[in-house]
Design a protein. Structure first.
Length: 185
């Protein structure tokens, strides 16, 4: 009887380890990121934009869009600015009111990942569906490397925004001045 209990205990522990091993790998990989730079392709209403971004945790971001208006998106940790460098358009938002608040909050994401089961999508990537303060985001990680590969949100106009990231570089030296909000002209 004692051997059967030990055997059952062993298999239960084995099951618990395998059940959470994917989430543990994703979390451990994600915790190692102080900053991440990447190229991106973003799709909104069948319109594709490309560019490059730097995210520095906690809550800072600088993105250049390779489009006609040369859009720049900057977060200094509390506010988010969207500015067209070739025009006069300038939009300022509190970061906490945007879905980007979620992707820029590493501690919140890790806390949420600890409570969720990753879903395997198309045998290619893992997905977490996260909601916080009315903001929602689907975050995707590569199945093999556990690297962040993109996210899906809704913008302020309820448009579906799908962002795919590639050419990822982690923990590079970054000039902090990048995260200064651009001035309105």
């Amino acid at each position: 009887m004692k051997k059967k209990l030990i055997l059952i205990f062993f298999f239960l522990n084995l099951f618990n380890y395998s059940y959470g091993s994917t989430e543990i790998e994703i979390i451990n990989n994600f915790k190692k990121i102080n900053n991440i730079s990447f190229d991106f392709e973003q799709n909104i209403n069948d319109k594709t934009e490309k560019g490059n971004c730097i995210i520095q945790y906690p809550s800072k971001m600088y993105c250049n869009y390779d489009n006609l208006k040369k859009k720049v998106v900057v977060s200094n940790g509390t506010s988010l600015v969207i500015k067209n460098r070739l025009g006069k358009e300038y939009f300022l938002y509190p970061l906490k009111e945007t879905p980007l608040e979620l992707i820029l909050n590493q501690k919140l994401l890790i806390n949420k990942f600890n409570k969720l089961k990753a879903k395997l999508i198309n045998e290619m990537y893992y997905n977490f569906n996260i909601e916080n303060n009315g903001n929602k985001i689907n975050i995707f990680f590569d199945k093999n490397s556990y690297d962040l590969i993109g996210w899906q949100t809704e913008d302020i106009y309820q448009n579906l925004v799908i962002t795919y990231i590639y050419n990822i570089k982690k923990n590079k030296n970054i000039d902090e001045k990048l995260f200064n909000l651009p001035k309105q002209h």
